[in-house]
Design a protein around this ligand. Structure first.
Ligand code: KIV
Ligand code: NA
Length: 275
Protein backbone atom coordinates (compact mmCIF):
# COMPACT_ATOMS: atom_id res chain seq x y z
CA UNK A 1 0.00 0.00 0.00
CA UNK A 2 1.14 3.57 -0.70
CA UNK A 3 2.07 5.70 2.32
CA UNK A 4 2.55 9.40 2.99
CA UNK A 5 6.17 8.80 1.90
CA UNK A 6 5.02 7.48 -1.49
CA UNK A 7 3.09 10.70 -2.10
CA UNK A 8 6.07 12.87 -1.10
CA UNK A 9 8.23 10.86 -3.52
CA UNK A 10 5.65 11.23 -6.29
CA UNK A 11 5.82 14.99 -5.86
CA UNK A 12 9.65 14.93 -5.99
CA UNK A 13 9.51 12.82 -9.15
CA UNK A 14 6.84 15.07 -10.67
CA UNK A 15 4.48 12.11 -10.94
CA UNK A 16 0.89 13.35 -10.69
CA UNK A 17 -1.12 12.01 -7.76
CA UNK A 18 -4.58 10.75 -8.72
CA UNK A 19 -7.19 10.95 -5.99
CA UNK A 20 -10.84 9.95 -6.41
CA UNK A 21 -13.69 9.89 -3.94
CA UNK A 22 -15.52 6.66 -3.13
CA UNK A 23 -18.34 6.07 -0.69
CA UNK A 24 -19.25 2.39 -0.86
CA UNK A 25 -17.97 -1.10 -1.65
CA UNK A 26 -18.52 -1.20 -5.45
CA UNK A 27 -17.07 2.28 -6.10
CA UNK A 28 -14.03 1.37 -3.97
CA UNK A 29 -13.50 -1.88 -5.90
CA UNK A 30 -13.60 0.07 -9.17
CA UNK A 31 -11.16 2.72 -7.86
CA UNK A 32 -8.66 0.09 -6.78
CA UNK A 33 -9.02 -1.73 -10.10
CA UNK A 34 -8.37 1.59 -11.89
CA UNK A 35 -5.13 2.03 -9.85
CA UNK A 36 -6.26 5.27 -8.22
CA UNK A 37 -3.35 6.45 -5.99
CA UNK A 38 -5.48 7.61 -3.06
CA UNK A 39 -9.18 7.31 -2.25
CA UNK A 40 -11.04 10.11 -0.47
CA UNK A 41 -14.14 9.24 1.49
CA UNK A 42 -15.34 12.83 1.24
CA UNK A 43 -18.14 14.39 3.22
CA UNK A 44 -19.45 15.21 -0.26
CA UNK A 45 -21.22 11.89 0.37
CA UNK A 46 -23.80 14.09 2.12
CA UNK A 47 -24.82 15.43 -1.29
CA UNK A 48 -24.00 12.68 -3.76
CA UNK A 49 -25.19 9.62 -1.84
CA UNK A 50 -27.39 10.89 1.01
CA UNK A 51 -29.22 13.66 -0.88
CA UNK A 52 -28.53 16.56 1.49
CA UNK A 53 -28.04 20.09 0.07
CA UNK A 54 -24.71 20.63 1.86
CA UNK A 55 -22.06 18.70 3.81
CA UNK A 56 -23.27 20.19 7.12
CA UNK A 57 -25.58 17.30 8.21
CA UNK A 58 -22.87 14.63 7.76
CA UNK A 59 -21.80 12.96 11.02
CA UNK A 60 -18.74 11.05 12.24
CA UNK A 61 -21.01 7.98 12.26
CA UNK A 62 -21.81 8.49 8.55
CA UNK A 63 -18.10 8.83 7.72
CA UNK A 64 -17.23 5.65 9.62
CA UNK A 65 -20.11 3.70 8.06
CA UNK A 66 -19.05 4.63 4.51
CA UNK A 67 -15.30 4.30 5.11
CA UNK A 68 -15.79 0.75 6.40
CA UNK A 69 -17.48 -0.19 3.12
CA UNK A 70 -14.76 1.55 1.09
CA UNK A 71 -12.03 -0.25 3.04
CA UNK A 72 -13.69 -3.61 2.35
CA UNK A 73 -13.65 -2.78 -1.37
CA UNK A 74 -10.14 -1.32 -1.51
CA UNK A 75 -7.98 -3.23 0.96
CA UNK A 76 -4.70 -2.08 -0.61
CA UNK A 77 -5.41 1.61 -1.26
CA UNK A 78 -4.51 4.60 0.94
CA UNK A 79 -7.83 6.01 2.19
CA UNK A 80 -8.33 9.56 3.44
CA UNK A 81 -11.57 10.17 5.35
CA UNK A 82 -13.05 13.63 5.87
CA UNK A 83 -13.62 14.75 9.43
CA UNK A 84 -17.17 16.12 9.12
CA UNK A 85 -18.67 19.42 10.19
CA UNK A 86 -17.78 20.50 13.76
CA UNK A 87 -16.07 17.20 14.59
CA UNK A 88 -12.67 18.89 15.10
CA UNK A 89 -13.60 22.29 16.58
CA UNK A 90 -14.54 21.41 20.16
CA UNK A 91 -12.12 20.32 22.85
CA UNK A 92 -8.89 18.63 21.83
CA UNK A 93 -10.10 15.47 23.59
CA UNK A 94 -13.24 15.33 21.49
CA UNK A 95 -11.27 15.97 18.28
CA UNK A 96 -8.79 13.21 19.14
CA UNK A 97 -11.64 10.84 20.02
CA UNK A 98 -13.39 11.50 16.68
CA UNK A 99 -10.13 10.95 14.78
CA UNK A 100 -9.41 7.80 16.81
CA UNK A 101 -12.81 6.37 15.93
CA UNK A 102 -12.39 7.16 12.23
CA UNK A 103 -8.93 5.54 12.15
CA UNK A 104 -9.65 2.52 14.36
CA UNK A 105 -13.25 1.68 13.53
CA UNK A 106 -13.23 2.33 9.78
CA UNK A 107 -9.70 1.50 8.63
CA UNK A 108 -8.94 4.94 7.18
CA UNK A 109 -5.25 5.64 6.49
CA UNK A 110 -5.56 9.37 7.20
CA UNK A 111 -8.08 12.13 7.88
CA UNK A 112 -8.76 15.40 6.09
CA UNK A 113 -10.04 18.58 7.67
CA UNK A 114 -10.90 22.04 6.36
CA UNK A 115 -9.18 25.30 7.32
CA UNK A 116 -5.81 27.01 7.63
CA UNK A 117 -3.99 28.67 10.53
CA UNK A 118 -7.08 28.32 12.74
CA UNK A 119 -6.77 24.51 12.67
CA UNK A 120 -2.96 24.32 12.51
CA UNK A 121 -2.71 23.44 16.20
CA UNK A 122 -5.31 20.69 15.72
CA UNK A 123 -3.32 19.32 12.77
CA UNK A 124 -0.18 19.38 14.95
CA UNK A 125 -1.86 17.50 17.82
CA UNK A 126 -3.40 14.89 15.52
CA UNK A 127 -0.10 14.32 13.73
CA UNK A 128 1.73 14.00 17.05
CA UNK A 129 -0.90 11.45 18.10
CA UNK A 130 -0.10 9.38 15.00
CA UNK A 131 -2.92 10.48 12.69
CA UNK A 132 -1.79 11.51 9.19
CA UNK A 133 -3.66 14.70 8.26
CA UNK A 134 -4.50 16.15 4.86
CA UNK A 135 -5.43 19.86 4.82
CA UNK A 136 -8.14 21.49 2.71
CA UNK A 137 -8.02 25.17 1.66
CA UNK A 138 -9.73 27.49 -0.82
CA UNK A 139 -13.39 26.65 -1.12
CA UNK A 140 -14.21 24.83 2.12
CA UNK A 141 -17.81 23.57 1.87
CA UNK A 142 -18.24 23.18 5.66
CA UNK A 143 -17.99 27.01 5.89
CA UNK A 144 -20.58 27.70 3.19
CA UNK A 145 -22.95 29.22 5.74
CA UNK A 146 -20.32 31.70 6.93
CA UNK A 147 -19.13 32.44 3.39
CA UNK A 148 -22.66 32.88 2.06
CA UNK A 149 -22.15 30.60 -0.92
CA UNK A 150 -19.65 28.83 -3.17
CA UNK A 151 -17.04 30.90 -5.03
CA UNK A 152 -13.49 30.94 -6.36
CA UNK A 153 -11.04 31.75 -3.55
CA UNK A 154 -7.77 33.71 -3.79
CA UNK A 155 -8.43 35.75 -6.93
CA UNK A 156 -7.08 38.91 -5.30
CA UNK A 157 -3.54 39.33 -3.97
CA UNK A 158 -4.48 39.73 -0.30
CA UNK A 159 -6.68 36.64 -0.32
CA UNK A 160 -4.03 34.67 -2.23
CA UNK A 161 -1.30 35.64 0.26
CA UNK A 162 -3.52 34.58 3.12
CA UNK A 163 -4.16 31.22 1.48
CA UNK A 164 -0.41 30.64 0.97
CA UNK A 165 0.26 31.53 4.62
CA UNK A 166 -2.45 29.05 5.66
CA UNK A 167 -0.90 26.36 3.43
CA UNK A 168 2.52 26.92 5.02
CA UNK A 169 0.98 26.81 8.50
CA UNK A 170 -0.61 23.42 7.71
CA UNK A 171 2.67 22.09 6.31
CA UNK A 172 4.56 23.25 9.40
CA UNK A 173 1.90 21.67 11.62
CA UNK A 174 2.66 18.33 9.99
CA UNK A 175 0.03 17.91 7.24
CA UNK A 176 1.21 15.37 4.65
CA UNK A 177 -0.77 16.95 1.77
CA UNK A 178 -3.25 19.74 1.09
CA UNK A 179 -6.36 19.76 -1.07
CA UNK A 180 -6.83 23.12 -2.80
CA UNK A 181 -10.39 23.63 -4.00
CA UNK A 182 -11.65 26.21 -6.49
CA UNK A 183 -8.68 28.58 -6.69
CA UNK A 184 -7.04 30.27 -9.71
CA UNK A 185 -4.56 27.96 -11.44
CA UNK A 186 -1.71 30.46 -10.92
CA UNK A 187 -2.23 30.32 -7.16
CA UNK A 188 -2.28 26.50 -7.15
CA UNK A 189 0.96 26.53 -9.15
CA UNK A 190 2.64 28.88 -6.67
CA UNK A 191 1.37 26.79 -3.75
CA UNK A 192 2.70 23.59 -5.36
CA UNK A 193 6.09 25.21 -5.98
CA UNK A 194 6.27 26.77 -2.50
CA UNK A 195 5.23 23.75 -0.44
CA UNK A 196 7.31 20.61 -0.01
CA UNK A 197 4.15 18.51 0.59
CA UNK A 198 1.84 17.55 -2.31
CA UNK A 199 -0.93 19.94 -3.34
CA UNK A 200 -3.97 18.11 -4.69
CA UNK A 201 -6.20 20.34 -6.76
CA UNK A 202 -9.89 20.37 -7.56
CA UNK A 203 -10.87 23.33 -9.67
CA UNK A 204 -7.26 24.49 -9.25
CA UNK A 205 -5.74 23.98 -12.71
CA UNK A 206 -3.21 21.50 -14.08
CA UNK A 207 -0.12 22.72 -12.19
CA UNK A 208 -1.04 21.13 -8.85
CA UNK A 209 0.86 18.00 -7.79
CA UNK A 210 -2.30 15.94 -8.09
CA UNK A 211 -6.02 16.06 -8.83
CA UNK A 212 -9.14 14.93 -7.02
CA UNK A 213 -12.71 14.64 -8.32
CA UNK A 214 -15.97 13.38 -6.91
CA UNK A 215 -16.80 9.85 -8.13
CA UNK A 216 -20.38 10.62 -9.15
CA UNK A 217 -19.32 13.75 -11.10
CA UNK A 218 -16.56 11.79 -12.87
CA UNK A 219 -18.74 8.91 -14.04
CA UNK A 220 -21.92 10.95 -14.60
CA UNK A 221 -24.10 9.45 -11.88
CA UNK A 222 -26.74 11.35 -9.92
CA UNK A 223 -28.72 14.55 -10.33
CA UNK A 224 -26.84 16.89 -7.98
CA UNK A 225 -25.29 20.17 -9.19
CA UNK A 226 -22.00 19.64 -11.06
CA UNK A 227 -19.50 22.54 -10.77
CA UNK A 228 -17.67 24.11 -13.74
CA UNK A 229 -14.33 22.56 -12.78
CA UNK A 230 -15.59 19.00 -13.21
CA UNK A 231 -14.93 16.91 -16.27
CA UNK A 232 -17.42 14.07 -16.67
CA UNK A 233 -15.91 10.97 -18.29
CA UNK A 234 -18.96 8.74 -18.48
CA UNK A 235 -22.74 8.65 -18.39
CA UNK A 236 -23.47 6.11 -15.69
CA UNK A 237 -26.93 7.59 -15.08
CA UNK A 238 -27.95 6.88 -18.69
CA UNK A 239 -26.65 3.30 -18.51
CA UNK A 240 -28.50 2.64 -15.24
CA UNK A 241 -31.67 4.40 -16.36
CA UNK A 242 -31.74 2.35 -19.56
CA UNK A 243 -31.36 -0.87 -17.55
CA UNK A 244 -34.15 0.09 -15.12
CA UNK A 245 -36.57 0.97 -17.93
CA UNK A 246 -35.82 -2.28 -19.77
CA UNK A 247 -36.44 -4.23 -16.55
CA UNK A 248 -39.74 -2.45 -15.97
CA UNK A 249 -40.87 -3.04 -19.58
CA UNK A 250 -39.88 -6.72 -19.53
CA UNK A 251 -41.77 -7.38 -16.29
CA UNK A 252 -44.84 -5.57 -17.59
CA UNK A 253 -44.89 -7.51 -20.87
CA UNK A 254 -43.93 -10.89 -19.39
CA UNK A 255 -40.49 -11.14 -21.04
CA UNK A 256 -38.72 -11.31 -17.69
CA UNK A 257 -37.98 -13.72 -16.15
CA UNK A 258 -37.27 -15.99 -19.11
CA UNK A 259 -36.75 -19.72 -18.92
CA UNK A 260 -32.97 -19.07 -18.38
CA UNK A 261 -33.68 -17.21 -15.15
CA UNK A 262 -36.16 -19.84 -13.88
CA UNK A 263 -35.84 -23.13 -11.95
CA UNK A 264 -37.55 -26.30 -13.14
CA UNK A 265 -38.87 -29.44 -11.39
CA UNK A 266 -39.35 -32.85 -13.04
CA UNK A 267 -42.69 -33.15 -14.90
CA UNK A 268 -43.82 -36.22 -12.86
CA UNK A 269 -43.65 -34.20 -9.65
CA UNK A 270 -46.21 -31.71 -10.85
CA UNK A 271 -49.73 -33.33 -11.25
CA UNK A 272 -50.17 -34.23 -7.57
CA UNK A 273 -49.45 -30.65 -6.59
CA UNK A 274 -52.73 -29.53 -8.17
CA UNK A 275 -54.53 -31.67 -5.50
O1 KIV B 1 -15.78 15.85 0.19
C1 KIV B 1 -15.12 15.84 -0.87
O2 KIV B 1 -15.40 15.11 -1.84
C2 KIV B 1 -13.94 16.72 -0.93
C3 KIV B 1 -13.28 16.88 -2.26
C4 KIV B 1 -14.14 17.67 -3.17
C5 KIV B 1 -11.93 17.45 -2.13
O3 KIV B 1 -13.57 17.27 0.07
NA1 NA C 1 -15.00 17.26 1.82
Amino acid sequence: MKTVKSFAKMKQNKEKIVMMTAYDYPSAVLCEEAVIDMILVGDSLGMVVLGYDTTIPVTVEDMIHHTKAVRRGAARTFIVTDMPYMSYHGSLDRTLENARRIMQESGASAVKLEGGSSVADTVFRLTKAGVPVCGHLGLTPQSVGVEGGYKVHGKLKGEAEELLADAIALQEAGAFAIVLECVPRQLAQIASETLSIPVIGIGAGAEADGQVLVFHDTVGYGNHHVPKFVKTYGNASAVISEALKSYRDEVKNGQFPGIEQSFTMNEEEIPSLYG
